[in-house]
Design a protein around this ligand. Structure first.
Ligand SMILES: *[C@@H]1O[C@H](CO)[C@@H](O)[C@H](O)[C@H]1NC(C)=O
Ligand SMILES: *[C@@H]1O[C@H](CO)[C@@H](O)[C@H](O)[C@H]1NC(C)=O
Ligand SMILES: *[C@@H]1O[C@H](CO)[C@@H](O)[C@H](O)[C@H]1NC(C)=O
Ligand SMILES: *[C@@H]1O[C@H](CO)[C@@H](O)[C@H](O)[C@H]1NC(C)=O
Ligand SMILES: *[C@@H]1O[C@H](CO)[C@@H](O)[C@H](O)[C@H]1NC(C)=O
Length: 464
C-alpha cells in the first residue's frame, strides 16, 4: 500500500498520469505492488506543455509588470523582485520535473538569470535616479524569458540560442557597468554649457552598417543637430560614392526603429540624372555634411561653396566661403575631400576649414544661418591635414588622431571663448580603422561617427 501512494505522490502534478488506472496486487508479505507503465520517451510533450504554460504565465506577469513600470515611471525595485521571483520559479519548475528534462539545461539558464539579477542590482545602486539604461536592460531580460518560453520542442538549438542571447546580454551588462563606472552622474542639463568640458567618452555603440553596404566606406550620419530642432527623432545617413568624393543623396528616417529596420525612409537627392548623365552640380563633396534645423549643410561639388538644402521642401541655397581651400587641397588625415567640414553644438552651426593664405592651418568659423556666411573665424594651432577629424561641443573644437586600428585619440582642443588651443588626451575605441566623419549632437550629448561604413555613436561625459 505504502509503495502505491508514494508512486502517485511523485507523479502528482504531471498531468496525464494522475487519472490513469494502475494495476495493483498484493504480494507476499502484504506489500502492495503497482505496475505503472511510463511511456518510454525522452520527449515529455505534456510536461513541456505545462512548462510552456508556466513560462507564458511568467511572460504575462512580466509584461504586466512592464506596463506598470511605464505607467509609474519605472520602479526598479519591482523589476528586481520580479526577476528574483522568475529565478525562484525556474528553480521550482526544475524540482518538479524528473530527469527527462536534463536536455534543457535549466541549471545553466538559472545560473544566467541569477547573474543578470545580481548585475542589475549592482547597476541599480549606481544609476541612482536615472533608470533609462536599466529599463532597456530589463527589456532584454523580458526577451530572454520569452526565448525560454519559445522552447517548443526540446531541441538543442533553441537552448543554444537562449544561451547565446544571454551571453551577449551578459557582455552588454558588463559594458554598461563599465560605462557607469566612468560616468560621474552628470547633473548638467542637456543643452547647457555650464560645465568644464569633456571628461570621458563611452565605448562605441554600433547601430548598423550603412544602407548601401560594406563597399561604401565614407560618409556621415546622425540626427538633426540643432539644439532646438523640432525633428528630434529623425535620423539621416549619407554614404559617399566609393570614390570618397561625391555624395549623391542622403537617406532620412523618421525614428530609431525605422533606421534599425531600414524602413520608412525617403531619399533626398543631391545629384540628378539628366539624359543618362549625372549632373553633380548640387552634389555634396566629402563627408563634412550635417543636418541642422531640417536642412542639410554641405560643401558643394567642385567648389568652395557652402550649400544647404531643405529636407522638407528640397530648396537649395549656396554661398561661397571666401578664400576657403577646396577640392582635396587640405582634407583631414586619411579621408579625402573633407576640406570643408560642418559641425554643430549648443552654440549653433560651425564650419571647420582652412584658406589658401592660412596654408592648411585649421580654422573654426561660426556660421550665420540667416546669411550663410562666416561671421567670425578663429585660427587654431594645428594643421588640418594633421588631424583625422573634428567636432564642436559648447564652442570648443575637439580634434582626433589615429593611434592604432582600434583606437582614436581626442588629442587637441581649441576654445573659441579664449582663443586658445591645448593638448589633451582621451582615448576612443573604434570598430574599424578609419574615422570618416564625426559630429556631435547637443540634443543627446552624443558623438556620431561614420566608421568605414559603420554607424557608431558614443556618449560624451562632461565635468560638472
Ligand atoms: C479502473 O479499472 C476498474 C476495473 O477495471 C474500473 O472499474 C474503473 O472504472 C477504472 N477507472 C478508471 C479511472 O479508468
Ligand atoms: C514575489 O514572490 C513573493 C512570494 O511568492 C510574492 O509575495 C511577491 O508578491 C512576488 N513579487 C512580485 C513583484 O510579484
Ligand atoms: C525584444 O524583442 C522584440 C521582438 O523580437 C524586439 O523588437 C525588441 O527590440 C527586443 N527588445 C530588446 C530590448 O532587445
Ligand atoms: C532655434 O533657435 C534659433 C536661435 O536661437 C532660432 O532662430 C530658431 O528659429 C529656433 N528654431 C526653432 C525650431 O525653434
Ligand atoms: C546641372 O544642374 C545645375 C543646377 O541644377 C544646372 O544649373 C546646370 O545647367 C546643369 N548642367 C547640365 C549640363 O545639365
Amino acid at each position: 500500500m505504502y509503495l502505491c501512494l508514494l508512486t502517485l505522490a511523485l507523479l502528482h502534478g504531471a498531468a496525464g498520469f494522475v487519472n490513469r488506472n494502475f494495476t495493483g496486487r498484493v504480494s507476499e508479505g502484504d506489500h502492495c505492488v503497482c505496475e505503472v507503465l511510463l511511456p518510454d520517451s525522452s520527449f515529455p510533450a505534456k510536461r513541456v506543455g505545462a512548462l510552456e504554460d508556466e513560462t507564458q504565465h511568467l511572460i504575462n506577469r512580466v509584461e504586466d509588470e512592464m506596463q506598470k513600470i511605464q505607467e509609474q515611471n519605472i520602479r526598479l525595485d519591482y523589476c528586481i523582485e520580479k526577476l528574483m521571483n522568475l529565478t525562484k520559479r525556474v528553480e521550482r519548475l526544475e524540482k518538479m520535473r524528473p530527469d527527462e528534462l536534463t536536455e534543457i539545461n535549466f541549471e545553466a539558464l538559472k545560473k544566467e538569470i541569477k547573474e543578470m539579477e545580481k548585475t542589475i542590482m549592482q547597476l541599480r545602486g549606481k544609476v541612482g535616479g536615472n533608470n533609462a539604461h536599466v529599463e532597456s536592460l530589463y527589456d532584454e531580460v523580458k526577451n530572454i524569458s520569452k526565448t525560454v518560453g519559445q522552447l517548443e520542442s526540446l531541441d538543442k538549438n533553441n537552448v543554444l540560442k537562449a544561451h547565446r542571447d544571454m551571453e551577449s546580454l551578459r557582455k552588454r551588462l558588463v559594458d554598461c557597468q563599465q560605462d557607469m563606472k566612468m560616468k560621474p552622474q552628470s547633473t548638467v542639463p542637456l543643452g547647457s554649457c555650464q560645465h568644464r568640458g569633456l571628461s570621458s567618452i563611452s565605448k562605441p555603440n554600433l547601430l548598423q552598417l550603412n544602407w548601401k553596404g560594406v563597399g561604401f566606406k565614407a560618409g556621415a550620419w546622425g540626427k538633426d543637430s540643432a539644439w532646438n530642432t523640432t525633428k528630434k527623432s529623425m535620423y539621416w545617413v549619407g554614404a559617399l560614392n566609393p570614390d570618397g568624393r561625391i555624395l549623391e543623396s542622403i537617406r532620412v528616417y523618421s525614428s530609431l526603429n525605422d533606421i534599425q529596420l531600414y524602413k520608412n525612409s525617403f531619399d533626398l537627392p543631391l545629384s540628378v540624372l539628366i539624359k543618362n548623365k549625372w549632373n553633380h552640380t548640387l552634389a555634396a563633396q566629402g563627408a563634412g555634411v550635417i543636418v541642422y534645423n531640417n536642412n542639410l549643410y554641405y560643401n558643394c561639388y567642385n567648389s568652395r561653396d557652402l550649400c544647404r538644402v531643405s529636407l522638407s521642401t528640397g530648396v537649395y541655397q549656396r554661398k561661397p566661403l571666401p578664400n576657403a581651400a577646396f577640392n582635396n587641397q587640405y582634407s583631414y588625415a586619411g579621408v579625402s575631400f573633407q576640406d570643408i567640414d560642418f559641425a554643430s553644438d549648443e552654440k549653433g552651426l560651425w564650419v571647420i576649414y582652412t584658406t589658401t593664405e592660412a596654408k592648411g592651418v585649421m580654422m573654426v568659423g561660426k556660421v550665420n544661418v540667416a546669411t550663410m556666411t562666416v561671421d567670425k573665424a578663429w585660427m587654431t594651432t594645428r594643421m588640418k591635414p594633421e588631424v583625422t577629424n573634428t567636432f564642436m561641443m559648447c564652442g570648443v573644437l575637439y580634434a582626433t588622431r589615429s593611434v592604432s586600428t582600434m583606437t582614436e585619440e581626442i588629442f587637441y582642443m581649441f576654445d573659441t571663448k579664449t582663443g586658445k588651443g591645448e593638448q589633451i588626451s582621451f582615448m576612443m575605441e573604434k570598430m574599424t580603422e578609419k574615422v570618416q566623419s564625426l559630429s556631435y549632437n547637443s540634443n543627446d550629448r552624443k558623438l556620431y561617427m561614420f566608421n568605414d561604413g559603420y554607424l557608431v555613436h558614443y556618449d560624451m561625459m562632461i565635468k560638472p
